[in-house]
Design a protein around this ligand. Structure first.
Ligand code: ZN
Length: 255
């Protein structure tokens, strides 16, 4: 039960490898129990993860044959994703770089202040300004990441309060904490505590609300049943387009 980056129904994933010519790829197989879908469905998510959804009763041989038939299509998509990611460079942590916060971009400005007692990071105008003595990229990175975490703490707490107010089944803000994750925006444990990815604070507020809502709906519906999706539809009708946009920007947000 999580807002996987790009996955919807991903309980108990199992991994398999497919060969096609001299190439291969891995996929996660998810058996869907509470679903009306009768066929095997293959998805390539924007982060390059291949997911195969199959009805619980489907024999494994049929599933493997269905994926094999789609192999050429999957590889074409994986190539497109790789092409796109070639332009996503890791941050260098120097002045002039673009930093995301709540869906907007800010220019990183590193300012050496010989008299500064400690390194600070602040949003001033359109700039994310890091000031300190003799700053190297590693120190800038540390200061910016600490700032992101502090902002995430504040923003998530505020959005959770607003969201919980709207949901009749959530009387209190559930326990939550932040964990950096590469494949999930958030998750909800069977006991009802939430894990949230601090990188999410780089995304627009609406995308944050979508992830919070997804996890809060799990307090009422512990699976991805039709009723679960009807709750999402009721409280955030445009959630599908928000999710698609967020997942499409995953490479830029998770770095
Ligand atoms: Zn979920």
């Amino acid at each position: 039960m999580n807002t996987s980056i790009a996955a919807t129904d991903d309980e108990k994933p199992i991994e398999y490898t497919v060969r096609y010519g001299d190439r291969e790829f891995r996929y996660h197989l998810c058996y869907l129990s509470s679903h009306k879908k009768r066929s095997v469905r293959v998805h390539v998510h924007p982060n390059g993860r291949v997911q195969v959804d199959a009805p619980n009763a489907e024999p494994l041989a049929n599933i493997k044959a269905a994926v094999q038939r789609r192999a050429r299509w999957v590889l074409k998509h994986l190539d497109e994703i790789e092409q796109r990611n070639r332009y996503v460079r890791p941050n260098q942590w120097v002045s002039g770089e673009s930093m995301r916060y709540l869906g907007r971009r800010y220019v990183l400005k590193v300012m050496t202040e010989p008299a500064a007692r400690r390194t600070t990071c602040k949003l001033i105008g359109g700039q994310l300004r890091v000031q300190g003595q003799d700053l190297n990229p590693a120190q800038v990175q540390k200061a910016v990441q600490r700032w992101y975490r502090e902002r995430a703490e504040t923003v998530f707490a505020r959005r959770l309060t607003l969201m919980v107010d709207r949901l009749p089944w959530a009387s209190d803000i559930p326990n939550w904490r932040m964990v950096e994750m590469q494949t999930q925006w958030g998750s909800c444990s069977p006991e009802g505590s939430l894990l949230l990815n601090p990188h999410l604070v780089k995304a627009p507020t609406l995308a944050i609300d979508y992830v919070l809502l997804h996890e809060l709906c799990h307090l009422e519906e512990h699976n991805h049943s039709a009723r679960f999706y009807s709750l999402l539809d009721r409280y955030l009708p445009e959630w599908r387009s928000i999710k698609e946009k967020l997942d499409g920007e995953a490479e830029l947000i998770l770095r």
